[in-house]
Design a protein around this ligand. Structure first.
Ligand code: NDP
Ligand code: GDR
Length: 338
């Protein structure tokens, strides 16, 4: 029988890759989309089908903060799996919007769990919660694994810790199949342009073709464990196929600084980042997570999952994509129809 899944955050980086993966596996995919005055579906336009053509990707308006509508939707579509990827996911922005971040990330996850608990009385459902390495914050041990204590350093991370514990709580209290994936940073050519890797690859491409000269960054000494988003959505799916609900770290096991990533990207385009990058304290955070490095031994042993794309390859994919994008931008700017 065809399986069905609901993805919150389907218009985001991970949601778009996960939707592709599940469609390839023959799922019927439902996605939650926020109403906005402009289209937000750019990342999934290529897989969207007309609703009149018996599609297997269906989009529904909704918001994680509207628990009643979410419950109605879940009871209506009766998904076998729910992937809760929706979030105000920008750590720096969470300092500007702490209450909204908690509502979307923390209460939003609780709304998903409540809806799933009600559906589970009628038919079994599995829930994936998008937990984050940011929960380790000011790290208590390195590398970080499932047993490492959380020590969050931002409103975003505090909200994710709340969502993590509620997921475990619903598993224990109601016997709900609910699992956390504790994912370390993962990037791609679909990454939002205000996250540091994409900000760097976008700027490098534009600098190379002469559309800008400077790139302003914050803390270049922060270290992150960066992987490729496509690998990580495969991990999410594997987490929900496991015989029992559990919590898993997904990471590459290698950490590098923002400066190292910058160097890699500019070198790809035969440039020196030092000629273009300047520090703007505006991008510093009130509290910083200095080092993240994950140990995914448990996922490797129980799920057979490992990251397959190294940092050099990730930088190459993103840089090439954004160089071509910048070339198109430069062309459309100078093109004068005759
Ligand atoms: P993105 O920021 O790219 O996507 C976030 C998605 O959530 C978008 O579809 C957004 O919709 C949606 N969203 C935001 N607020 C709401 C809301 N109130 N109700 C419904 N939907 C909402 O994030 P990623 O794809 O990178 O990350 C996916 C999830 O994984 C997030 O929960 C993130 O916190 C978590 N995570 C990400 C990691 C990473 O490195 N990428 C690592 C660890 C965890 P819209 O398009 O309308 O803005
Ligand atoms: P992060 O990702 O906070 O790890 O959260 P981000 O790319 O925003 O920052 C990574 C590191 O780079 C430093 N940095 C800058 N960051 C941004 N955004 N812009 C800059 O100009 C800049 N300069 C330096 C940051 O200080 C930080 O140390 C991401 C998100 O996807 C979360 O949702 C997810 O949970 C975690 O990864 C794991």
């Amino acid at each position: 029988m065809t399986k069905s899944a609901l993805i919150t955050g389907i218009t985001g980086q991970d949601g778009s890759y996960l939707a592709e993966l599940l469609l390839e596996k023959g799922y019927t995919v439902h996605g939650l989309v926020r109403r906005s005055s402009t289209f937000s579906t750019e990342r999934i336009d290529h897989i969207y089908q007309d609703v009149h053509d018996n599609p297997n990707l269906l989009l529904h308006y909704g918001d994680l903060t509207d628990g009643q509508a979410l419950t109605n939707l879940v009871l209506d579509i009766q998904p076998d799996e729910i992937y809760n990827l929706g979030a105000q996911s920008h750590v720096r922005v969470s300092f500007d919007q702490p209450v909204y971040t908690l509502q979307a990330v923390g209460v939003g996850a609780l709304n998903v769990l409540e809806a799933a608990r009600l559906l589970d009385k009628q038919k079994s459902v599995r829930v994936y919660q998008a937990s984050s390495s940011e929960m380790y914050g000011d790290v208590m041990e390195t590398p970080q694994k499932e047993t490492t204590p959380f020590n969050p350093q931002s409103p975003y991370a505090c909200a994710k810790v709340y969502a993590f514990h509620q997921t475990v709580n619903y598993r224990r209290s109601y016997d709900l199949y609910a699992s956390n994936g504790i994912l370390f940073n993962h990037e791609s050519e679909r990454r939002g342009e205000t996250f540091v890797t994409r900000k760097i690859t976008r700027a490098a491409g534009r600098i190379k073709v002469g559309l800008q000269d400077k790139l302003y960054l914050g803390n270049m000494d922060a270290k992150r464990d960066w992987g490729y988003a496509k690998d990580y959505v495969e991990g999410m799916w594997r987490i929900l196929q496991h015989s029992e609900p559990d919590d898993f770290v997904l990471a590459t096991g290698r950490t590098e600084t923002v400066r190292d990533f910058c160097r890699l990207v500019f070198e790809q385009l035969d440039m020196n980042y030092e000629d273009h990058v300047e520090i703007d304290p505006r991008y510093f955070r009130p509290a910083e997570v200095e080092l993240l490095l994950g140990d995914c031994t448990k996922a490797k042993e129980k799920l057979g999952w490992t990251a397959t794309t190294d940092l050099e390859e990730l930088a190459r994919i993103m840089t090439q994509h954004d160089y071509e994008l910048a070339q198109r931008e430069a062309h459309s700017k100078t093109f004068v129809p005759n």
